[in-house]
Structure formats: C-alpha cells, structure tokens
Design a protein around this ligand. Structure first.
Ligand SMILES: *[C@@H]1O[C@H](CO)[C@@H](O)[C@H](O)[C@H]1NC(C)=O
Length: 465
C-alpha cells in the first residue's frame, strides 16, 4: 500500500509507502556502529543513491505525479459536466474514527426537502455523478433524491491524515524514502553541518524531526462498518431519517450493516443489480502497467466498462468515471474498499434477520446481461421476504442510459408506501447542523454554497469548521 506523505506548509504531495513511528524508533542501532567509521562516504553515497532512486521513481510514475494529487489543479483539469456536478452538490464532514481527521463526503441532491427522502448509494468504481439524471428526475417527481459519494469515490475525500505514523512494518525501501525525504527537505549539507558541529551523525535529530513532523496521509478504505458510520452521520446532518435506500451494485454489502442497525430509519430498500463483487473488475487495477493504461487513457477503460458494466453509455460518461476513479489517488482507496468487501455476505440471512425482514424491498434487475444474471436477480428477490421483482432494459450500470426507467420504478415504489412522518421536527436540530442548513438555504443558488473550491477541499477553512 502506498500512502501520501505531507509536510507541514507544503501543498505538494508525494507518494511514499507507509512509515511508522515505531519502526523508525526501532532502528537506533546505527549510532554506535557508525561512530567507529568515517561517516562521510556513507552520507555521500546515500545522497547519490537516493537522488537516483527518486529520479527513477518519479519518471516511472508520470500518471501519479504531484499535479494529479493536488486537488486544485485536478479540479481545474476536469471536464465541465463534472465541475457542474460538483458545484451542484455540497460536502458534509463526517468522523469515522475518533483518532482520525474528519472526512469530507460529497452529496448531490434534488427535489423538495419536505418530501420522501431517497438516498442512492453507488457501487464501487462509480460515484454520485452516475446518478445525476436519476436525482433530477426524482426531484421533478416531488421526491427528495440524495446521491452520496462514498469516501474514496467521486468528490469525497479519498485519503485521510493520520498523525504520528500509521500501522504495520516498513521495509527497506520505506526507510530509504523516509531518510531521503528528510535530506531533500533539510538540504544535502545539513547532515554534514551537523557532523562538523557535533562530530557525529544527527540520528537523534532525525528521529525528533520525523516524529514531530510526520503526518501520513492514508487511502480511505471503506468497509461495511465505516459505511454505516458515514451513512448514519450524513442522514443525521441532513435530517433525512427515515429514508428510502437505493443500493446499486456492491453498495448492498457496504450498506447492509447500517440497515441492520437502524431499521427504524429505513422506509424501504431498492436493490439495483446488486452483488457482493462490483460489476467493474477492479482487481485489474492491481496490475502495474495495465492500471496505468486503463486509468490513463479513455479507450482501455471504455472497453472494460462496455464488456462488464454497460454498452449504452456515452464516451464522455465513461470517461468521467475514469477521471473520478483515477484522480486524487482514488485507485488506492477503491482497491482498499474492494479488499474489505464481505465475501461471506448472504443476502438471505440479511433479509430474513429480525431487523431487516419488516422493511419493504424492491429488486430492479437487468434482463439484458445474460440468463445467468437474471437468475441471480430472481434468486436475490426470492431470498428477501416479499420483495418486489422488476426488470429493466439496461445493463449492470443502467443508471445513466436507463435513468427514466429506474426512476419510474423507484418513484412508484416509494409512493406506494405510506408517507413518512418526519422525526426531525420532534428533536431540536443541533446548532451546528442548523447553521449548515441555514447557510444552504440562504445560498439559494448553488454557487453560493460552493463559493470556493479550496474551502470544500479543506485547503482553506471550510464552512463546517
Ligand atoms: C458478512 O456477512 C455475513 C453473512 O451475511 C454476516 O453474518 C457478517 O456479519 C458480515 N460481516 C461483516 C463484517 O459485516
């Protein structure tokens, strides 16, 4: 796993493997060894080797250069429809773990706030952008549609700051990069100066600086527990409970825990071509060179999508997903989430559990992909007590080419369920949340809410802080 390290006051980020405080502390031995030797040649060769290694490292990974990971230049390089989608939405801060920095979650919504709330969760490899049309059509049918970018996808944060090291061992290469980073920061002659002054290598100094300054940025890996926290906080912040959930593709496994834990907040669940594994074969993004080609160029990614996910999407739609998947180290995050998928997830066990069995369910499935796939859909629908089963004419990513069909199924299903009584009005809205809501209202047009892109990405002070 590679991570991004970030020095204070330095906007540019570079990729380094994980580094831990423990493992650097484990290595105080060289002090006694080196005292008996002349340290000069050591530092000389050290510096040269690291310069060469870094040159190699940087030249071999042009697709992951710093400009790719700098949020602002990344945003400015986006095609207009993606930028439009971003400015139509907003970000919400969620705290997944108390010892980690808050994560910004991007939310796109449409429709009257006081009506039924439909939350759409995308499968891995996608984002809320795929559901922009569905959100709009739900809105025009009087339903409040909300699509969330799961952390690690779309415009949500894809990595988080971990102060004071991460976890696990660092290898030789990790330590080499660590020391190289320090030399680069302090200048080549810093170590020499130290030696002239003290007559010894500045190991203690190195340790001190590393431990105080090291903030590692780790890719966000989303499992069902993390998704439950994210979903819970988004629902609370926006006052959405109770909700109708629409789970596409692998989102079923991710959201299943939250549904089991919060059945009182769920009015209905609609599954759209769901499975444990995402339709997009994300595992290929583990393979070096293949991943660079797939994520770096439109044609490869388009081929992959047309083979496995959808043949009906336009080129620019497919390319938008490629760009969102690739940008800001998204590949790392999505692959981390794939790794955390619950492969023993059993839809029958989940659907028949006491908490979930009372929730109305609908299964929307493709009749186009294959006989095997439609049988899978029937199996899923049968496994769920009293689930309604309907088919659509799209493929496993139907939400863009068949948005109207899907919206009709969802809107009809939601309207057939007795209207929700809002719980929000009974409870006082927390002051912080009220402030956000007021600001959003006062903003009126979307530009106001997203006045400054840098704010939303935490480069400035965000409006939720
Ligand atoms: C994985 O799925 C199984 C079967 O549905 C379930 O019992 C288990 O709790 C799930 N594990 C996690 C971590 O969600």
């Amino acid at each position: 796993m590679a991570i991004i390290t970030e020095e204070e006051g330095d906007v540019t980020k570079t990729i380094h493997p994980p580094v831990t405080k423990e493992s650097t502390m484990k290595n105080p031995k060289p002090q006694s060894q080196s005292q008996s030797q002349n340290p000069f040649p050591f530092w000389f060769y050290f510096t040269i080797i690291f310069s060469l290694a870094t040159l190699l490292f940087v030249s071999l990974s042009p697709l992951y250069s710093s400009s790719q990971n700098d949020p602002r230049s990344w945003f400015l390089s986006l095609p207009p429809p993606l930028r439009q989608h971003y400015s139509d939405g907003r970000t919400i801060k969620v705290q997944v773990n108390p010892d980690e920095s808050p994560i910004e979650v991007f939310v796109s919504e449409s429709g009257p706030i006081q009506s039924e709330n439909v939350i759409i969760l995308h499968g891995l490899g996608l984002s809320s952008y795929a559901f922009r049309e569905m959100i709009k059509s739900l809105g025009s049918r009087g339903i409040h549609g909300v699509a969330i970018d799961l952390p690690g996808s779309g415009f949500s944060d894809k990595s988080m700051v971990v102060v004071g090291g991460g976890d696990g061992e660092i290898g030789f290469v990790g330590r080499v990069k660590e020391v190289y980073g320090l030399i680069r920061e302090k200048g080549v002659f810093w170590a020499f100066d130290q030696m002239v002054e003290t007559g010894d290598l500045p190991y203690e100094e190195i340790m001190k600086i590393q431990n105080s300054k090291r903030r590692s940025v780790k890719a966000i890996e989303l499992g069902s527990e993390e998704t439950a926290k994210v979903l819970g906080q988004v629902v609370d912040t926006l006052g959405l409970s109770p909700v109708h959930l629409v789970l596409h593709d692998s989102a079923l496994g991710l959201a299943s825990n939250w549904v089991s834990e919060n059945p009182q907040s769920v009015r209905s669940v609609t599954l759209v071509d769901s499975g444990v594994n995402p339709a997009l074969p994300l595992w290929v993004l583990h393979i070096p060179v293949v991943r660079e080609v797939l994520l770096g160029f439109s044609f490869g990614f388009e081929k992959l999508v047309s083979l496995r996910c959808s043949k009906e999407m336009t080129l620019s739609e497919v390319d938008a997903h490629r760009i969102l998947l690739q940008g800001r180290n998204g590949r790392e995050a999505v692959l981390g989430s794939v790794k955390k998928l619950n492969h023993s997830f059993d839809v029958a066990q989940w659907g028949n559990s006491d908490a979930v069995s009372g929730i109305p369910m609908q299964v929307i499935w493709s009749r186009q992909v294959s006989d095997v796939w439609i049988e899978e859909g029937q199996r899923v629908a049968k496994a769920l007590p009293k689930a309604k089963f309907v088919t659509h004419s799209g493929s496993r990513w139907p939400q863009e080419s068949k948005s109207g069909e899907l919206t009709d199924y969802i809107a009809d299903f939601v309207s057939a369920i007795p209207r929700s009584t809002r719980r929000v009005s009974e409870e006082p809205i927390p002051e912080k949340v009220q402030k956000i809501l007021d600001e959003a209202k006062a903003g009126g047009d979307h530009d106001h809410v997203h006045a400054d892109y840098t704010d939303a990405y935490g480069l400035g002070e965000g409006w939720t802080t």
